[in-house]
Ligand binder design. Structure first.
Ligand SMILES: C[S@@+](CC[C@H](N)C(=O)[O-])C[C@H]1O[C@@H](n2cnc3c(N)ncnc32)[C@H](O)[C@@H]1O
Length: 220
């Protein structure tokens, strides 16, 4: 498949292991949220950088958090920006171990803009969130109650400590995409405004076209 070849090229260029997708059955976890998980599939590179370029925040003031970080590809790509810190959380032990290796490898590269990168093995909804400015990223990692509770933890954190934040939720643009549900839920909080996005460039590393919904909280 062409997308696989492009994602393999990313891995070769960065000496990491992120490209191969895993079915939900292949995720090693004892989490009760297992049945609400999506499979592991890495965010394609062009889409990620296009989004960060459009959002154009002063990233040096932001902590980056990827909910359902898998093998860590989003964390590796985020290290090209001057974030304060980069954190991923995933409940699958086999993916967490690969992410740790990948991070160790990219840290050998002294051209990173942020090398303060960590991965947490655990539930997305339980991750303690930084109290400074945050960039929250989700590539449709889970659905149902797991999605509700993780978005609720973001809402509660932003309500308790009002601050600038960006929430970026992406999914494959297919029937059953979670983008509308995430957008409706974030809109219902009344504390974030939607960021109008241009059409994203076609990304040959994606199996399906990708859709995104991005939101900004900017308390006065
Ligand atoms: C679509 S993959 C996204 C991978 C990564 N964010 C990326 O874009 O490269 C979804 C990931 O979410 C993880 N996941 C699913 N449910 C989770 C939960 N409740 N808590 C933490 N991680 C979860 C899965 O193990 C899987 O690695």
């Amino acid at each position: 498949m062409r997308s696989d070849r492009i994602n393999q090229r990313y891995d070769r260029q960065h000496n990491v292991d992120t490209w191969r997708c895993l079915t939900v059955k292949e995720l090693q976890t004892s989490s009760s949220n297992f049945a609400l998980s999506e499979r592991y599939i890495p965010t394609p590179e062009l889409t990620f950088h296009a989004l960060l370029s459009v959002l154009a925040a002063d990233y040096k003031d932001y902590s980056f958090i990827d909910f359902g970080s898998g093998k860590g590809k989003v964390l590796l790509m985020a290290s090209r920006y001057p974030f304060t810190s980069i954190t991923g959380v995933d409940f699958a032990g086999n993916l967490h171990a690969i992410a740790e290796k990948n991070i160790h490898r990219v840290k050998q590269n002294n051209q990173l803009q942020c090398d303060n990168i960590q991965v947490v093995l655990g539930e997305a909804e339980k991750l303690p969130l930084p109290t400074g400015k945050c960039f929250f990223f989700l590539y449709a990692p889970f659905f149902g109650a797991a999605l509700e509770s993780t978005l609720e933890s973001i809402r509660a954190s932003l309500t308790q400590s009002p601050r600038a934040a960006i929430i970026c939720f992406i999914d494959d643009d297919v029937p059953g995409s979670l983008v509308n549900e995430a957008a409706e839920r974030i809109a219902s909080w009344g504390i974030c405004s939607e960021i109008l996005l241009p059409v994203l460039p076609k990304d040959a590393a994606a199996v399906w076209p990708i859709r995104a919904t991005c939101w900004r909280s900017s308390p006065s």
